[in-house]
Design a protein around this ligand. Structure first.
Ligand code: FAD
Length: 299
């Protein structure tokens, strides 16, 4: 089932994102955990590609397991890193061969220690070129990345929005945002996207905080900001892991409820292969999800 079909209704569509672990043991653990993640009720689970140092080849294996063994919907992330058009074509054939219907199309990050993204000779420099290639290849649902606080390399917010528009015009069905911790940034982003004529569903991406060090590292890497009161709360919690967990779950649940009440098409949770925090968040937002379903029936 392709993205368009998921987002055709009134929503909200909940999706989860996992990454392929680097080791066989990690992969086995994730494969064991996937059925429990599925039970939490997302509509589909996406699998990252080469992000956070993970190996690319495991993405197809995990996405295929979700689709063909668990009988569940999935999306395979794909980047321009290390692959020219011929390699992309070969990968798309493999992905289609596994019966996977959706791709999250990205440029990918520069390798560690390098500031600048360099495509392979003859390769794609921007995600919009990958989107166009996937569209030419055939029948996939396509999602692209959007940045409520602009992409780190973009000179300014408006220029970045123009580039997002190119990706949508190249054939994307859906925009999933980079993580953010202040909903006002998302609401402003959506407003500007609509003004630019970007009319596809824009789905907020939320990453629950697991630890202070982890969240500082990730937000530093992707250019997202942590609101000062939240950072202060986390720093006051110090090494008390349970307290950090509680603050993280509560903050993400509060963000999710407000987003659901605002009528978002869905929420994409970066679950980082964990179970307990996302289980608690799903539990906390269940009434808001029910409320949206009821108001849909009434309407
Ligand atoms: P692009 O849209 O190509 O943009 C990259 C930069 O180039 C931006 O600054 C943009 O403004 C600029 N730009 C775009 N077009 C032009 C143009 N024509 N001229 C000049 N400048 C231009 N990374 C992974 O490695 N694997 C993953 O699985 C992965 N999954 C992700 C999922 C989501 C939902 C998100 C939000 C990000 C994900 N990332 C992943 C991270 C992503 O690869 C990085 O953020 C990367 O730096 C940019 O990717 P992009 O697709 O947004 O690139």
């Amino acid at each position: 089932m392709q993205f368009n079909q998921f987002y055709r209704g009134d929503g909200p569509v909940i999706s989860f994102e996992v990454f392929p672990p680097q080791t066989d043991e990690g992969t086995t653990r994730l494969l064991d955990r996937l059925p429990r993640l599925k039970e939490l009720g997302p509509s589909f689970i996406t699998v990252t590609y080469g992000a956070l140092g993970s190996t690319q080849s495991r993405t197809t294996r995990i996405a295929s397991t979700i689709k063909n063994k668990l009988g569940f919907e999935t999306a395979h992330h794909l980047t321009c890193v290390g692959a020219g058009p011929k390699e992309i074509e070969r990968l798309l054939e493999r992905i289609a061969g596994e019966g996977i219907d959706n791709i999250v199309a990205l440029r990918g990050d520069p390798p560690r220690g390098s500031e600048e993204f360099r495509p392979v000779p003859g390769g794609y420099r921007y995600a919009c070129d990958l989107v166009a290639h996937i569209r030419r290849f055939g029948n996939f649902g396509i999602a692209v990345a959007g940045y409520p606080e602009k992409h780190l390399e973009a000179p300014d917010f408006q220029t970045d929005l123009g580039h997002l528009k190119n990706k949508v015009e190249a054939g994307a069905d859906l925009v999933i945002t980079q993580l953010f911790y202040d909903n006002r940034l998302f609401f402003r982003f959506v407003e500007h996207c609509r003004e630019q004529g970007i009319d596809k569903p824009i789905v907020p991406g939320l990453l629950p905080i697991l630890s202070v060090g982890q969240i500082k590292r990730i937000t530093g890497m992707c250019g997202a900001t942590l609101p000062a009161p939240l950072l202060e709360q986390l720093e006051n919690a110090g090494a008390d892991e349970d307290e950090v967990h509680r603050i993280g779950v509560e903050h993400t649940a509060r963000q999710a409820v407000e987003l659901l009440e605002s009528g978002v098409a869905g929420i994409h949770f970066y679950v980082l292969n964990r179970y307990f925090h996302i289980a608690e968040i799903m539990e906390a937002i269940r009434p808001a999800l029910k409320e949206r379903a009821t108001s849909r029936v009434k309407a």
